[in-house]
Design a protein around this ligand. Structure first.
Ligand SMILES: [Zn+2]
Length: 176
């Protein structure tokens, strides 16, 4: 995904958080989902399934694998919010999110791009750039301790935070 397009998706996530008055860390992603009109359930799902969104007429159900780590559940929920907010034009359907989604070849190319969009939206929703910048001291390079602190503060994995900092050009990929 081109950087300029990623920024556009980030902007949509930020705009949504502002509209819903939920721009504070850790982002209340459950509140985002319910305000988008989804009914969220936490279920026993196959281990390789992170969650899914079922859009059936006006009824929208998001299921999250309750056995996964809480940070992962938050990311999955934010990802499903991405499908909800970005992909309404694709109509009634099931968005099934598997761990190895990209490897098993079961998805069409169009779907693969939608998955990348939903992941970008999730990162933008859980880790808004302005809130990350606000919790960093200016002019000082980011240390490992900062990454751990930010991950805890934002309720995401250290890995997700590291990727986010790199994509925002706040962290050097070589140093990470
Ligand atoms: Zn998805």
């Amino acid at each position: 995904m081109r950087k300029s397009y990623a920024k556009k998706i980030d902007a949509r996530a930020t705009q949504l958080l502002r509209e819903l008055k939920l721009m504070q860390v850790p982002i209340d992603v459950g509140a985002v989902a319910s305000q988008l009109g989804a009914h969220v359930v936490f279920e026993d799902l196959d281990d390789d399934v992170s969650g899914f969104l079922l859009r059936d007429k006006s009824v929208m159900t998001i299921a999250i694998n309750k056995d996964h780590h809480i940070n992962r559940q938050r990311f999955t929920l934010a990802h499903e919010c991405g499908h909800l907010h970005l992909h309404a034009d694709k109509g009634d359907r099931l968005w099934l999110d598997k761990t190895y989604f990209f490897r098993d070849g079961s998805s069409s190319q169009g779907d693969q791009f939608a998955e990348i969009e939903a992941n970008q939206f999730a990162a933008g929703l859980l880790m808004p750039e302005e809130l990350i910048r606000a919790s960093l001291s200016e002019g000082r390079s980011i240390s490992d301790v900062d990454v751990v602190r930010l991950a805890m503060q934002f309720g995401v994995s250290e890995r997700a935070m590291t990727f986010r900092l790199i994509s925002l050009d706040l962290l050097d990929p070589v140093a990470a």
